[in-house]
Design a protein around this ligand. Structure first.
Ligand SMILES: Cc1cc2nc3c(=O)[nH]c(=O)nc-3n(C[C@H](O)[C@H](O)[C@H](O)COP(=O)(O)O)c2cc1C
Length: 362
């Protein structure tokens, strides 16, 4: 009899339950080949096979809330009702294999309009594509990219609405979880960090002001998605003097939970090139800080970053650093990692598809 595993025990999120605590981290695949933001058969296969592979919650890659908010022309998008149908195919495939499906809604801000980070293209941050207009809280360029123009109040209102509409479309496509991308140096993070936001109006200056854009988005998205799970991904630190640190992020997390956020997905970096002490589980202490900060609430915390074995993921959970673990790069080449991990850590019945049962000897 194999032991109980926290990793492979079901987790409740708001009004739904994931079959285990493994999330597929959102990862851009730059595969909207028609440059129209539509999901293709390839996306359905890619995400569907990771659901077959045993992930409990699949988060679809950064999906733009407006065409100019795409990281590259080949990003997915939910800025138009006509995009809903292609997403619903993908969501159905994920559900059919027993996983919850989320989508990460995003605006790339001053880091929009780069090359798709695929082999055969220029390096992603070699420059802004010709004709792409960048927007940001302040006219401060990301190194190597074009200078963005400063968003005015009316454009900020329109972007809040764009996030809400994209969230509505995600729910229309059937998702269980909407993840707002507030990390990695994209638009929301640019508002949060004093290194990229030097505004003097109600969106700049104090921590509360810099948080206002995100809080408005969260309120608008919550109204648009009803009782679905609302997650926010944050970069807990800029790894740069004068930027966001874990303490500021904990205060942001508390504010988000007070505004109805169910899950905090704790990542880091991306605002500026920085020296990051990368190593196994290097972001888990940041997740643990956020977990402590929201411990008096129902909110859940997802940890991520160089977690590459079931044992390591299990340890992150049993030591109380987070409530769920997201896996990125390992899952690019190994969609079935959860099946093998389950087989080592516990009885694999919860995730092993009937068709693969005889693979259990491996
Ligand atoms: C190819 C690739 C694409 C990514 N795209 C996204 C994305 O769309 N949204 C996001 O928040 N993070 C993105 N990330 C970051 C991952 O979600 C994850 O946080 C990171 O890879 C660290 O986890 P890992 O060590 O398990 O890979 C991406 C990472 C990779 C490798």
């Amino acid at each position: 009899m194999k032991p109980m595993s926290m990793l492979f025990s079901p987790t409740p999120f708001r009004n739904t339950t994931a079959r285990n605590r493994l999330w597929l981290a959102p990862m851009c695949t730059y595969s909207a080949v028609q440059e129209d933001g539509h999901a293709t058969d390839w996306h359905t296969l890619h995400y569907g096979s990771r659901a077959v592979g045993g992930f409990g919650t699949i988060v679809v890659e950064a999906t733009a809330v407006s065409p100019e908010g795409r990281i590259s022309p080949r990003d997915l998008g939910l800025w138009d009702d006509r995009q809903i149908e292609s997403f619903s195919k993908l969501v159905k495939a994920v559900h059919a294999e027993g996983a919850l499906c989320g989508v990460q809604i995003a605006h790339a801000g001053r880091k929009a309009g780069t090359s798709p980070a695929l082999r055969g293209y220029a390096h992603a941050f070699e420059g802004t594509q010709d004709g792409w207009t960048l927007v940001a809280p302040s006219p401060i360029a990301f190194p190597g990219l074009d200078k963005p123009s400063e968003l005015d109040a009316a454009s900020i209102d329109a972007l809040v609405e764009a996030f809400a509409q994209a969230a509505r479309r995600a729910v229309a496509a059937g998702v269980d979880v909407v993840e707002v991308h507030g990390a990695h140096g994209y638009l929301i993070h640019e508002f949060l960090s004093p290194l990229s936001n030097v505004r003097t109006d109600e969106y700049g200056g104090s921590e509360e002001n810099r948080r206002r854009f995100l809080i408005r988005i969260v309120d608008a998205v919550r109204s648009a998605i009803g009782d679905k799970v609302l997650c926010v991904r944050l970069s807990a630190t800029d790894w740069t003097e004068g930027g966001i640190d874990s303490e500021a992020t904990c205060r942001t997390a508390e504010a988000l939970v007070a505004h109805g956020v169910d899950v905090l997905h704790v990542s880091s970096g991306g605002l500026l090139p920085a020296s990051i002490p990368v190593g196994p589980g290097y972001q888990l202490p940041l997740a643990a800080d956020v977990k402590r900060a929201v411990s008096g609430s129902q909110a859940k915390v997802v940890g991520v970053g160089l977690i590459s074995s079931g044992e390591q993921a299990e340890q992150a959970l049993v030591t109380g650093r987070c409530d769920a673990v997201a896996i990125g790069r390992v899952a690019l080449t190994d969609p079935y990692a959860p099946l093998r991990w389950a087989n080592r850590l516990t009885d694999a019945d919860s995730v092993m598809p009937a068709q693969y049962w005889r693979g259990i000897w491996a």
